[in-house]
Structure formats: structure tokens, C-alpha cells
Design a protein around this ligand. Structure first.
Ligand SMILES: Cc1cc2nc3c(=O)[nH]c(=O)nc-3n(C[C@H](O)[C@H](O)[C@H](O)COP(=O)(O)OP(=O)(O)OC[C@H]3O[C@@H](n4cnc5c(N)ncnc54)[C@H](O)[C@@H]3O)c2cc1C
Length: 492
């Protein structure tokens, strides 16, 4: 049943021929105000709600980047997986774009749908832990925080979390899902054993490595191109009780990466990242962040953990419960929410760099970056991931046995001297081009303007032909997730 606006107002809202309203730089296509008359009388009754009032669209025409804004024609709050399927079956033949949205934490309009329908997945958020098989099945709209809470109640945990756990299961599985435990367990997509997907043809399909494997592989890190992930099943591990985190300072970037290579190889840390901070307008500080899980009363021996590492000064240690460790960003986020900086524009750049090039690229890049470029609350991450742990074909990383995630998490606060958004975007584009020229790929969660077909062809390499074929097969009307801007035209 459609609740809220009447079917008549819904018809009025969506009826009418397509009218060009402007050029959309992110999708590189002409934006239109509406598509052909959808004759909504044919949309089956819904278990959830369809929002049609523009006053309700605010969050759906925006995201964490606050850079791209596109107005949908409607927003679906699904009450069931069937609602998702019915909406897509309705939209496909009419060519109405459809974008699933988790928490809208991408930064460049990737979960938006101009004149289309945004599906707010947050209403599908059930979680079922199967203790006997050490697995959890979570609906795509569930937050990682909720998954953590449900699993640790049974002393279990997913092996990998992103640094920020208020992201949705479907959102991070659509991009990959990287965190400090990726150095040991791969990305979140590598821990998934089964999915339920509503394809772009509106079919509800179960898939795994042995059942409908091509859909499984196209949905994981598939940027929402073949359909909507509606639920995922993950392998769990026993939840650690306590965590000791070590922060080690390094004088230079090569000194940091040298020790990161050492520790990722010998596996002394259960969790490994690295952070760079602009200490002065021209200088940087470099920190290795490693963590060891332990049981209460039996902490790791620091001298053993730190043996052979070439850091400067004294190691800083901090002990957390496992839950507090996984959620340690919460305090910083609460602070940024209180100052308002959390709501400033975020023109982020996220790249995977090949090991052989990381030091040269970073030294050139850091020489051109200052505190102003990052913004007062911005962060720069640099940490290694062994490629052998990254098994999903669409999570594209450089051809190198070790790759480094470089995350330039800028905040462009309009009321400070931070780099304004247009300049930050232009810098992102230049840094992306320079990185690609040395074999990098992008981790596609950020804000890189003017991506062309050649850029995507470079990103996907030999996988592009298969990805395109699967797109045609599972999204025959090319309606799914246009904000990613990968498949510009139908049949491309
Ligand atoms: C503060 C912060 C910290 C972050 N830290 C990390 C980190 O440590 N590691 C990391 O890997 N990433 C991190 N990210 C990036 C994050 O993983 C991505 O932005 C992710 O897409 C956000 O999830 P979301 O639920 O907001 O997804 P959304 O932004 O809503 O969606 C992301 C994309 O996936 C599509 N999508 C959403 N749900 C589905 C679905 N169910 N099925 C198919 N497609 C779907 C959307 O259309 C969109 O294209 C961080 C982001 C922020 C803002």
C-alpha cells in the first residue's frame, strides 16, 4: 500500500516528458527534471512508504561531501525486499534511475538519483547471528555499529570494520570496506559468504561463490551497478576482549612505510594503519598505528611487539575494550558535530598506490600539501594491504603484491582559510592523474571530478568487459546507481 501522498499526487509529481535542466558534472550527462509518465497505478502496493514531497527530499539530494546535489522524484522507504523489487520492476521499463542509499556517506553524489528514485535502505536493518555456524546475516540497511553490538553479545565479531561504524552494511559492501584489520583479513567484501540481491531487472536472487557466482562478484564492491544488496552473510571470529593500541612516531614517510612493510609481513599486529599530520605549514608528522588483541589480564609484552622497529622517541600505548576500540572514532565525531565541522564539505581523495611507487609519490604529494589543503579537522591516512587478501574482482587495486591506501580526507570549511571546494576538486583530479600514471587505482568513495570512460577503463582494466556484460545482464535498462558515473550510456 502506498501511504503518505495519494496516488494522484504521486502521478502528478512524476508525470510529464523529460525536460533538460542542466549538465551534471558527476555523471557527465544532461540532467532531466522528469522521465516519461510512469503511470504509477501499475506500481504494486507497497509494505513501506514512497515519499513524494520535495520537503522530505533534503538528505537524499545531499551526502557527506555536500558538493553534488541532485533532486529525486521520489524516495522509497522499503517495508520489505519485495518493495525494492517492485519499485525496480516498475522503474526499469520507464528508464527511471534508481539509487540505493545507505547512510549517504560517499562524498560526490554517488547515492543520488536526479529525477529518479532513491531507496533509503535504512528501513531494512534486521540482524541475525548464527552462533553455531559463526556467521551473521544482516540486512543492507543495518549499521556496522548495530552488527557489532549484536555479534559481541555472543562473543563473536566480524573480522573487519571500517574506522567509522555508523556506515551501512550495503554501503561498505558496495565499495569494499577497508580498515585496520584488512591487513590480516582482507576487505569486508572478502569476508562475505552469501548475498541476497535485487537485480536491476527486479529479481530477488541469492548468490554466493557457488550459487550465481557472477552476480555475487558483480555486487561486492560493484558500486551498486547490478542491483541492490538487500542482505549479506559474513563469517565471524571470536571477539577479542581487549585491545592494546601502539602509536609510533617516524621522522619521514619512507621510515614509516619501511616499518609498515616489516610488520604487515610478520603479522605482529592484528590491526594496522598509519596517519600523517601537517605539523607546521610546511612539515609533516608520521605515525604508525598498530593494535594487538588480548584477553584481560594477559596483555602483550611491549618489548616483544616493538622489537626491531625503527621509530623515534617513545611508543604511546592505550588499552581499550574491543567494542570501544572498534568505535574509537565516536568521540571525535561527537566533537566535530558539536563544532559543526562534521557538516562542512568533504572533497575526499582515496587511492591505492603500488608499493614500489608509494614513497616517491607521497614525498612529491606531501611537498605540495599544507595544513590549509587538509582543513583543520582533516585527516591523512596511509597504510599497507597485502593484495593476496583482496579476492573480489571489482575491488580494484594496483598490480603489486603490497598496496597502500592513501586517504586524503579533506574538510573544506567555508569559514576558515581551508582550500575552497573547487580548488580541492581540481587538486584531487591532478593527484589522481599523477597517481594513475604510476599504476594507482582509486578507492571509489571520494570526489574526483570529470571521470571519463577512459578513467573507468583504466580502473577496471581487464575486468571492464566482464563488468559491462554483467551490467547489461542484471541491469538491462541501465537504471541502477547512476551517481557513480561509470556506464554513461545505455549499452556502453
Ligand atoms: C567518516 C567516514 C569514515 C569512513 N571510513 C571508512 C573506512 O574506514 N573504510 C572504508 O572502507 N570506508 C570508509 N568510509 C567510506 C564509506 O565506506 C563509504 O562512503 C560507504 O559507501 C558509506 O556507506 P554508506 O552506508 O553511507 O553508503 P552510501 O554512501 O549511502 O552508498 C555508497 C554507494 O553504494 C551504493 N549503495 C548503498 N547501499 C547499497 C546497497 N544496499 N546495494 C547496492 N548499492 C548500495 C550507493 O548507491 C552509493 O553508490 C568512511 C566514510 C566516512 C564519511
Amino acid at each position: 500500500m502506498v501511504t503518505g501522498p495519494s496516488r494522484r499526487s504521486l502521478l502528478l509529481a512524476l508525470a510529464g516528458a523529460a525536460a533538460v535542466t542542466g549538465f551534471d558534472p558527476a555523471t557527465r550527462a544532461w540532467a532531466t527534471a522528469a522521465h516519461t509518465d510512469p503511470n504509477f497505478a501499475t506500481l504494486p502496493a507497497l509494505d513501506g512508504r514512497l515519499l513524494l514531497a520535495p520537503a522530505d527530499f533534503g538528505p537524499y539530494e545531499d551526502d557527506f561531501g555536500h558538493i553534488i546535489h541532485r533532486t529525486p522524484a521520489a524516495v522509497l522507504l522499503p517495508g520489505s525486499v519485495e518493495d525494492v523489487a517492485n519499485l525496480i520492476r516498475f522503474a526499469g521499463p520507464l528508464g527511471i534511475p534508481v539509487a540505493p542509499r545507505g547512510q549517504g556517506h560517499q562524498t560526490y553524489g554517488q547515492a543520488q538519483a536526479n529525477a529518479g528514485v532513491v531507496i533509503d535502505m535504512s528501513t531494512l536493518d534486521s540482524i541475525a547471528v548464527q552462533t553455531s555456524s559463526m556467521a551473521v546475516t544482516a540486512q543492507a540497511g543495518a549499521l556496522w555499529h548495530s552488527v557489532l553490538t549484536a555479534c559481541v553479545a555472543d562473543n563473536l565479531t566480524p573480522p573487519v570494520f571500517p574506522d567509522y561504524i555508523e556506515l551501512s552494511v550495503g554501503g561498505t559492501l558496495s565499495v569494499g570496506g577497508i580498515g585496520g584489520a584488512t591487513s590480516r583479513f582482507g576487505a569486508q567484501v572478502d569476508t562475505v559468504t552469501a548475498l541476497q540481491v535485487v537485480t536491476g531487472a527486479g529479481e530477488i536472487v541469492s548468490c554466493s561463490a557457488i550459487e550465481n557466482c557472477d552476480l555475487f562478484e558483480a555486487a561486492l564492491a560493484g558500486l551498486g551497478q547490478v542491483g541492490v544488496i538487500t542482505s549479506a552473510t559474513f563469517a565471524l571470529i571470536p571477539a577479542p576482549q581487549m585491545v592494546r593500541q601502539y602509536t609510533l612516531a617516524y621522522p619521514t614517510e619512507p621510515a614509516l612505510t619501511a616499518d609498515q612493510r616489516k610488520v604487515v609481513e610478520d603479522g605482529r599486529f592484528d590491526w594496522l594503519e598509519g596517519q600523517l599530520s601537517p605539523a607546521t605549514p610546511s612539515g609533516w608528522t608520521f605515525a604508525l598505528e598498530g593494535a594487538v588483541y588480548y584477553r584481560d589480564g594477559n596483555p602483550p609484552v611491549d618489548s616483544t611487539v616493538l622489537a626491531g622497529l625503527d621509530y623515534a622517541g617513545t611508543a604511546t600505548t592505550a588499552d581499550f575494550t574491543y567494542v570501544d576500540f572498534v568505535n574509537q572514532l565516536a568521540a571525535g565525531v561527537a566533537f566535530l558535530e558539536s563544532t559543526g565541522e562534521w557538516y562542512d564539505p568533504h572533497p575526499w581523495l582515496n587511492l591505492f598506490l603500488p608499493d614500489a611507487e608509494v614513497d616517491a609519490y607521497m614525498q612529491t604529494t606531501l611537498a605540495s600539501l599544507s595544513a590549509t589543503d587538509i582543513g583543520a579537522s582533516g585527516v591523512v591516512l596511509l597504510y599497507p594491504v597485502p593484495s593476496r587478501l583482496l579476492t573480489r574482482p571489482l575491488l580494484r587495486t594496483p598490480d603489486s603484491t603490497l598496496v597502500f591506501l592513501f586517504a586524503l580526507l579533506r574538510t573544506a570549511s567555508p569559514d576558515t582559510d581551508a582550500l575552497p571546494v573547487p580548488q580541492a576538486l581540481a587538486r584531487n583530479r591532478t593527484l589522481y592523474d599523477e597517481a594513475v600514471s604510476v599504476g594507482a587505482t582509486q578507492y571509489p568513495i571520494g570526489s574526483i571530478p570529470n571521470l571519463t570512460h577512459a578513467d573507468w577503463a583504466n580502473q577496471y582494466g581487464h575486468e571492464l568487459a566482464r563488468f559491462t556484460a554483467l551490467k547489461r545482464r542484471y541491469d538491462p535498462h541501465f537504471i541502477m546507481t547512476p551517481g557513480q558515473g561509470i556506464f554513461r550510456e545505455r549499452g556502453e
